[in-house]
Design a protein around this ligand. Structure first.
Ligand SMILES: C[S@@+](CC[C@H](N)C(=O)[O-])C[C@H]1O[C@@H](n2cnc3c(N)ncnc32)[C@H](O)[C@@H]1O
Ligand SMILES: [Zn+2]
Length: 432
């Protein structure tokens, strides 16, 4: 493993902390120490928030309370990583007010967090939040705050062979410049939590922008928000393969505010698996059917509804990630931990529970990319919409994989061909 740490040029941000051994595999819900008060600043206007019982000040930094679920998911994955490896060093490369850094320290019990934001006007507010966790000394330091451009910071870390178990890149838009830098400083077996907030590009409104950012041609399809996740994963797959690394998504999360596409990937040494999960998606604008294609089939693709390819009804997107959006085992562990921490029991917890359960269902490798909105099926079938549960149980009985999508409530993910979806819905309507 790359945990060599030669003497750093500057003492603060690049300190390596030896991993601690964590014996308790089933920890108590995270506790927060409210006794460490933030430094006083009479001029500063506080902007107080509480997330999972943790109080913090967002000040005038860029902060969205709607991103709390993305932070919950990141913390759960980080805590599982720390429990299985015995250590956790986190780089929060674009930390805003530092709430993620604080949560990685308090809830995931990170050994060390480097909280960085290019905007040094955030410094006072980040420190006021981080201060709540005793900082420690020398090699036992728990956290450090810096204000570098994230790419420059990661390049410095790389030069100093200072590697991290988890890198959180909470960036804006479709800025993919951080991907290569982050891959250079994540440990093998470590986690990379990446972001895209560019709904125009995932929605196919700037196909050449997606080519520039993620190496994928993206045009509009009805499940563009899932395409946003697949475009982002595909971009990391491409960057990783340049370095001889293979990445696999542990979870992929779409949130409509923003929109925000977030993906947690595990990074390992290796090659693309014969392009098995990195290929093309075809969407037929005539019948609404979707399929995946590998690179070697590109020359002869058409939709089953247009055998001679006369209509040219196929929109082709890619290359993108075409494999599962989540890892079933990992998601199941995340759900168990969320239950142990009582993050699923009430209020927003119920939303988290439903989300995690939907993600587990979506992780079925039988399910192809995309989702089908029920309105699209009933529009073609020209019938009223039967209840979603009835449609799903009929599909199950006919041997198809089917589940609900975490992205759109009135949509299903299924390997049932569109023509069969239409037939099923018509039959259910006729039976009423
Ligand atoms: C989406 S906000 C971060 C929000 C924060 N992670 C949270 O969960 O609340 C993005 C942050 O990136 C910072 N930023 C923008 N460009 C940057 C760069 N090149 N390097 C480091 N930080 C940058 C901004 O100042 C902003 O605070
Ligand atoms: Zn078709």
């Amino acid at each position: 493993m790359f945990s060599l740490s030669p003497k750093p040029l500057s003492p603060s941000p690049f300190l390596h902390l030896p991993h601690k051994t964590h014996k308790n595999l089933y920890p108590k819900p995270p506790q927060f120490n409210h006794n460490n008060s933030p430094p006083n600043d009479p001029i500063h206007k506080p902007n107080h928030h509480t997330e999972r019982g943790i109080e913090f000040d967002a000040g005038e930094s860029f902060f969205r309370s709607e991103s709390a679920t993305g932070r919950d998911l990141g913390v759960l994955a980080a805590a599982l990583y720390r429990m299985s490896t015995g250590g956790l060093r986190v780089l929060d490369a674009l930390c805003g007010c530092g709430i993620r850094s604080l949560r990685y320290l308090v809830e995931a019990e990170a050994d060390f967090v480097l909280a960085n934001d290019a905007n040094d006007e955030c410094r006072r507010v980040i420190l006021s939040n981080m201060w709540r966790v005793p900082r420690g000394l020398g090699g036992e330091k728990r956290w450090t705050v810096t204000h570098f451009d994230a790419n420059r910071l990661m390049a410095e870390c790389y030069l100093q062979r200072d590697f991290f178990d988890l890198i959180d890149v909470d960036s804006f838009g479709s800025d993919s410049t951080f991907l290569r830098s982050a891959l250079n400083v994540v440990k093998l077996g470590g986690l990379l939590y990446v972001t895209c907030t560019d709904g125009f590009t995932s929605g196919g409104r700037r196909p050449y922008h997606s080519v520039a950012s993620y190496g994928a041609y993206v045009c509009h399809v009805p499940y563009s928000n899932e395409i946003g996740l697949r475009m982002l994963i595909g971009g990391v797959v491409r960057e990783a393969s340049v370095l001889g690394y293979r990445v696999t998504p542990l979870f992929s999360h779409y949130s409509f505010h923003g929109p925000v596409f977030r993906v947690m990937l595990r990074v390992n040494r290796g090659k693309l698996h014969n392009d098995r999960h990195y290929g093309f998606i075809g969407y037929c604008t005539r019948c609404g059917h979707s399929q995946t294609f590998s690179w070697d089939k590109l020359g002869g693709i058409n939709c089953p509804c247009d055998k001679e390819n006369v209509l040219g009804s196929l929109n082709v997107l890619g290359p993108l990630w075409t494999g599962p959006l989540h890892d079933t085992t990992h998601m199941t562990e995340m759900l168990k931990l969320a239950e142990q921490w009582r993050w699923t029991s009430s209020g927003t917890g119920l939303n988290l529970e439903m989300l995690l359960k939907r993600m587990i269902d979506e992780s079925d490798p039988e399910l192809p990319p995309g989702y089908i909105k029920l309105a699209e099926i009933t529009r073609v079938a020209k019938v009223n919409c039967p209840p979603i549960k009835t449609i799903m149980s009929t599909m199950h009985k006919e041997g198809y994989a089917v589940c609900r999508s975490h992205i759109v409530s009135n949509a299903i993910k299924t390997n049932c061909p569109m023509a069969t979806c239409v037939r099923i819905v018509k039959e259910l309507d006729g039976a009423q």
